[in-house]
Design a binder for this molecule. Structure first.
Ligand code: GUN
Length: 281
């Protein structure tokens, strides 16, 4: 059965909209997300546009700072330092990837952790590892909501995460561990990957290869969360999972598009409101 991320994300955004409306009715300041986009990466442009739309939908303010590909690291640093000081800005998101002459780590380190709605700052990453309250990366957080929606209890379950990125693989593994799953982090160099994946009660596919996982990788009745956003041979959007091949043997699967993707943006909106509420204290 499909897990309808589009529907679930809309429900969450509608709930957020009600909370933001409430703030407005009380005459409070409106939460604001600022997104910085450097260069003209096509996929990034689309993601940023979707983030702006989501802010409008839930009634939050959004500001997009678009910078030339040639922007120096120093200029970007100055902008972030100003945003850190700006009390009207609750969330700061630097769209990745950055041009190669800018050091990503240095930039992410600079964002005030209290405004780090991506959850990428080392201080938020450490909090996630330690099980402390902090801002959690949006895609992994969205995946936990999807599991909640199907009332899936991870306790004691075998979760196999394929992919070890800082954005998805590592944080989602920690969230599953927090929920008492037995977690395996596999990746492109894992030996006998099909055999490892076949153990999974929950398979998290985040390897970035179109239709990579077919039924050789999937246990009957498994739940599959597909994080991939790829183009197939016909230039159609597809996930990391060969949906047609596995759909009849799984219990649940997230489609691409319409699965994990929309949840990421809904969680970004939730993180922005959380950051706002904590800052307003
Ligand atoms: N690029 C691809 N995914 C993401 C994300 O979640 N956050 C940011 N900032 N950039 C990305």
């Amino acid at each position: 059965m499909n897990i309808d991320g589009k529907l679930i994300s809309t429900k969450r955004k509608d709930e957020l909209k009600m909370k933001v409306d409430q703030l407005k009715n009380e005459g409070k300041r409106i939460p604001q997300l600022t997104v910085i986009l450097v260069g003209d990466n096509q996929a990034s442009q689309t993601y940023v546009r979707n983030k702006e739309r989501a802010c409008t939908y839930v009634g939050m303010l959004s500001q997009v700072i678009r910078l030339e590909e040639s922007t120096s690291e120093g200029v970007l640093i100055d902008i972030i330092e100003k945003l850190n000081q700006d009390d009207t800005v609750d969330g700061i998101l630097v769209q990745l990837p950055l041009p190669s002459h800018i050091h990503e780590d240095k930039i992410l380190d600079l964002i005030d952790p209290a405004k780090d709605v991506d959850g990428f700052h080392p201080s938020n990453v450490a909090k996630l590892l330690l099980g402390q309250d902090g801002l959690v990366p949006c895609t992994p957080k969205g995946m936990m909501v999807l599991l909640d929606e199907i009332n899936y209890d991870l306790t004691g379950k075998e979760v196999v995460v394929v992919g070890r990125s800082n954005i998805v693989g590592k944080p989602v593994s920690l969230l599953c561990l927090q929920r008492n799953a037995t977690v395996t982090i596999a990746h492109s160099r894992t030996q006998d990957l099909p055999q490892v994946c076949k153990r999974a009660d929950v398979l998290i596919a985040a390897i970035g290869k179109a239709k990579f996982f077919n039924r050789d990788y999937v246990k009957e009745g498994a739940v599959i969360l597909d994080v991939g956003i790829n183009r197939d041979e016909n230039n159609k959007l597809c996930g990391d999972v060969d949906y047609e091949d596995v759909k009849d043997i799984v219990s649940y699967i997230t489609p691409v598009p319409g699965g994990v993707g929309p949840m990421t943006i809904a969680m970004l909106m939730e993180n922005t409101l959380d950051a706002y509420l904590k800052r307003e204290g």
